[in-house]
Design a protein around this ligand. Structure first.
Ligand code: PLP
Length: 293
């Protein structure tokens, strides 16, 4: 047991748990508990990687103002790192996000600007467009831009991917993931393309997102609907996204995602959010376990 000098040292190296009571058909189902990160989600990883990369490049230094548009969890990851390193942080958050997250962000010292959830990219009130504008209009501010920042997928290529393969002793038939900024998918895809090219990538997507149709039919709808699940699903293709390794996508209705999150807690004792519910609901798509010799 070691003593850590900062909470930032607790980011990553999250546990993997095999599901015991959830029905996964013929599959062995493993859950990587990104909720064990100090901010409670996978986004702590990119909070750290994007800020430290900007520091290394000489673009920011403590005392500067950082600006980002976020569904909430990137904000918590950034707030954690900003607070520990001494940055000011302005976050633009869509108003559908849970109150707890917003209170949490404010309590960590971030300035939260709430904006509309019912508008799409290109609208001036869309959270990413508004964040970009605020960054432009705030003297000396640095726009983090998780949707176009290569240090977002890099965090997953360098940490999440290697952790998964090591925990699974190199044997992973398929990974079910969600896509928001696409950093997780793009980073894991890059890592697994080299380290375990036979691993299949399955997208779990909320109904209303344009991504399922894009993966399964190759067409891009210009119309997205809104959904209640937080953090995943998209109404555009982020510039950092690489969908080339994604074999199949499944659209999960909100109700099923929320009920599955409850089932996960009831059966496995694991408290996950709505996006975790979407991923676990999509387990029906998992491939039969490959014969292992
Ligand atoms: C809990 C949670 N899971 C998954 C995602 C999506 O991950 P990514 O942005 O890497 O695509 C997000 C994004 O906000 C999230 O908050």
């Amino acid at each position: 047991m070691t003593i850590h000098s900062s909470v930032l040292e607790l980011i990553g190296r999250t546990p993997m748990v095999q599901a015991q009571r959830l029905d996964a058909g013929r599959c062995d189902l493993f859950l990587k508990l990104e909720s064990a990160n100090p901010g409670g989600s996978i986004k702590d990883r990119i909070g750290l990687s994007m800020i430290e990369a900007a520091e290394r490049a000489g673009r920011i230094r403590p005392g500067d103002t950082l600006v980002e548009g976020t569904a909430g969890n990137t904000g918590i990851g950034l707030a954690l790192v900003a607070q520990q390193k001494g940055y000011k942080l302005i976050l633009v958050v869509p108003d559908k996000m849970s109150r707890e997250k917003i209170f949490n962000l404010k309590a960590m010292g971030a300035e939260v600007v709430l904006t509309r959830s019912d508008v799409a990219k290109g609208h001036p009130d869309y959270y990413q467009d508004l964040a970009e504008r605020l960054a432009r209009e705030t003297p000396g501010a640095y726009f983090i831009n998780q949707f176009g920042n290569p240090d977002n997928p890099l965090a997953h290529e360098q940490t999440t991917g290697p952790e998964i393969l090591e925990q699974m002793d190199g044997r992973v038939d398929a990974i079910v993931f969600g896509c928001g900024s696409s950093g997780t998918m793009t980073g894991l895809s890059r890592y697994f393309a080299q380290a375990s090219p036979d691993t299949q990538f399955i997208l779990a997507d909320p109904v209303g997102s344009i991504l399922t149709q894009y993966i399964n039919e190759g067409t891009l709808s210009t119309k997205s609907a809104s959904w209640m699940v937080e953090g995943i699903g998209e109404d555009f293709l982020p510039s950092i996204s690489d969908f080339s390794r994604v074999a199949k996508a499944y659209a999960i209705p909100d109700k099923e995602s929320f009920l599955t999150a409850r089932e996960l807690l009831a059966k496995e004792g694991i408290l996950g959010g709505s996006s975790t519910g979407t991923l676990v609901a999509a387990r029906a798509a998992l491939l039969p376990r490959a014969d292992r010799t």
